[in-house]
Design a protein. Sequence first.
Length: 97
Amino acid sequence: MATYIVLGNYTDQGIRNIKDSPTRTEAVKEMARKTGVVAKETFWTLGAYDFVSIIEAPDDQSMIAFGMSVGALGNVRTQTLRAFSATDMSAILGKVT
């Protein structure tokens, strides 16, 4: 499974209903599970982003579909980063000429 880091900010709708945030996060985890994606962890943060989530998906297409499904709910705007482990990076660097 590929790893993704999702940086998110609440929309106006999301911040108006901020008290529902933990419940919405659990609902998103269930949505992810149903699509073959694993929402491993979510951290609420200070700074430029309101939260950071660690997600695992079998492929980019599954991640994009999941991200669009979450975005369609209207509570958050996200930026998704593909992440690579140390093992992944060693294999990638082995291909550098």
